[in-house]
Design a protein around this ligand. Structure first.
Ligand SMILES: Cc1cc2nc3c(=O)[nH]c(=O)nc-3n(C[C@H](O)[C@H](O)[C@H](O)COP(=O)(O)OP(=O)(O)OC[C@H]3O[C@@H](n4cnc5c(N)ncnc54)[C@H](O)[C@@H]3O)c2cc1C
Length: 471
């Protein structure tokens, strides 16, 4: 990849104006590291275009010069996707100034927004219009819809509403030659050949830059029932999930599993949390139901609890009687990630397996870690209703992460191989970026990588779109 020359910088500057180009190292620095501080890159120039046309013109200049382009949203991604890999040869393109909601159609339940819109602002805009935009995750105060789409984000409501790709009706994308592909639209049905927009969702900026999207909205629930339930083990949680589905069907929005060690970390490190039960239990489920008719979610919640108690699936349970109690119960789940940071460094694995394999995965992977690395601690929690487990490993007591990270690839291989054997995925939510390219080569289904590479070569023959990521 050639260096970004002075002439290219000048041409880029003439497109975006002085408000849209940055070359001072102090301005660039925050854009050169990733969220976890694991990757650090070098780039001579950062662009902040203000419109789709400016993005397209900038990409055309980069394409003519053959220099790389790294799209950036809120830079909350966890796989090093926003960090350049070719020193001096890649232009950073932040979408943060493209933050207009172009249209919100409350009657049609759709919203067309620009890529730099922060996720929370979209949730709030939908709420003001009496609608729900259900994509929700802990980084929602800073991540952007463009980044959410580029990583096909999931989060806490996937069970009911699906992942980012399921919520997308249309896209506007700048292709690697700088042309604008406008497929924005609010169609629920469209069978004009391949569903091309899905190629760009989850592509992590390697096939083009998303500049706008039409997203689906939903009715706001009028009744919510949230319960925190103690269960004996993941197998009981799975049986409970089946009961909940039989009773409540589509009303289930969240079914989250927490292990006691995760909860202990929360109690050790977070403020404003308390154990809802008098006794310690080994596993917990956070179950949330919503409904459009007053009282329906609560009635379903009561019935689930009654049936589960009768069948011995639940050992103890509390149901939120107020918004404050609901927030308190959610805090027990949502602060696990932050509590872990205080506990020390850990290796994080974000795997998914078919839902019925969740108990077997947790048991086998935990056993394998204990057998190979005695003294290492395992934390398993996550969106069990989606078969998605965060399986995190902490080093032996007293380890500052040195020993743990030295074993990182070996541990990863043990965990990923077990998921793979169950026809699972080593990357349920966070994508590939730079971090998981080795795993993609090893664990992608046969033929997938070759197809991805063929697609990449066809759309981006020069390889300028986010080089060194994914494929
Ligand atoms: C605390 C925390 C909790 C999280 N929880 C979850 C969770 O529960 N579920 C989940 O799925 N994820 C979760 N994530 C990951 C989250 O999905 C991503 O961080 C987020 O979606 C990325 O958005 P962003 O705007 O920050 O993108 P960035 O980090 O800026 O970019 C991510 C990738 O997308 C590319 N990209 C960015 N914008 C565009 C664009 N407009 N066009 C093309 N490519 C682009 C970048 O080049 C990069 O490869 C979490 C992250 C954090 C920090």
């Amino acid at each position: 990849m050639p260096e970004v020359s002075g002439a290219v910088r000048e041409a880029l500057g003439s497109v975006v104006g002085t408000a849209g180009i940055f070359t001072d190292p102090a301005d660039l620095e925050p854009h050169l590291v990733d969220e976890r501080g694991a990757f650090h890159g070098v780039s001579p120039v950062l662009l902040k275009p203000a419109s789709t046309d400016e993005v397209a013109a900038a990409v055309r200049i980069c394409a003519e010069a053959g220099v790389g382009i790294v799209p950036q949203g809120g830079r909350t991604g966890l796989c090093g996707g926003t960090v350049p890999v070719t020193p001096g040869g890649e232009v950073l393109v932040s979408l943060e100034r493209l933050r207009r909601i172009r249209d919100l159609d409350a009657q049609g339940f759709t919203m067309t927004c620009e890529a730099g819109c922060v996720l929370r602002t979209l949730q709030e805009a939908a709420e003001r219009a009496g609608r729900l935009f259900p994509l929700s995750l802990a980084a929602e105060g800073s991540c952007t819809i463009g980044g959410n789409l580029a990583t096909n984000a999931g989060g806490i409501n996937v069970l009911r509403y699906g992942m980012a790709r399921n919520l997308t009706l249309g896209l506007e994308v700048i292709l690697p030659d700088g042309s604008i592909w406008d497929d924005l639209g609010a169609l629920r049905k469209d069978n004009r050949g391949y569903d091309l927009k899905q190629m760009f969702i989850g592509a992590e900026g390697t096939l083009g830059i998303i500049t706008a999207a039409t997203m689906e909205l939903f009715p706001r629930p009028r009744d919510v029932d949230t319960a925190f339930l103690a269960v004996a083990d993941p197998a009981a949680a799975l049986q409970l999930f089946a009961v909940a589905r039989e009773v409540a069907g589509d009303m289930i929005v969240a079914f989250e599993l927490n292990d006691r060690q995760a909860l202990d970390m929360v109690f050790r490190h977070m403020d404003g949390v308390r154990d809802p039960f008098p006794e310690r239990h080994r596993w917990y489920v956070l179950l949330e139901l919503t409904a459009g008719v007053d009282g329906h979610a609560r009635a379903a919640g009561e019935q689930i609890l009654a049936e589960a108690l009768e069948r011995g699936l639940v050992l103890d349970g509390v149901r939120a009687e107020s918004l404050a109690q609901r927030t308190g119960l959610w805090r027990l789940r949502e602060t696990v990630t932050e509590a872990q940071k205080h506990e020390g460094r850990s290796l994080k694995h974000d795997i998914s397996v078919p839902v019925t394999e969740v108990p077997r995965f947790i048991a086998e992977a935990t056993e394998a870690i204990r057998a190979h690395w005695p003294g290492y601690r395992v934390l398993a929690f996550g969106h069990v209703g989606d078969g998605n487990i965060h399986f995190n490993v902490f080093g032996p007591p007293g380890d500052d992460g040195e020993q743990l990270f030295a074993e990182g690839e070996a541990i990863e291989d043990v965990v990923f191989a077990i998921a793979d054997r169950m026809r699972g995925s080593f990357s349920a939510e966070h994508g590939i970026g730079q971090l998981k390219r080795r795993a993609l080569r090893q664990y992608a289904p046969a033929g997938s990588l070759a197809m991805m590479q063929a697609l990449k070569r066809t759309l981006d023959p020069q390889g300028i779109m986010n080089p060194g990521k994914v494929v």
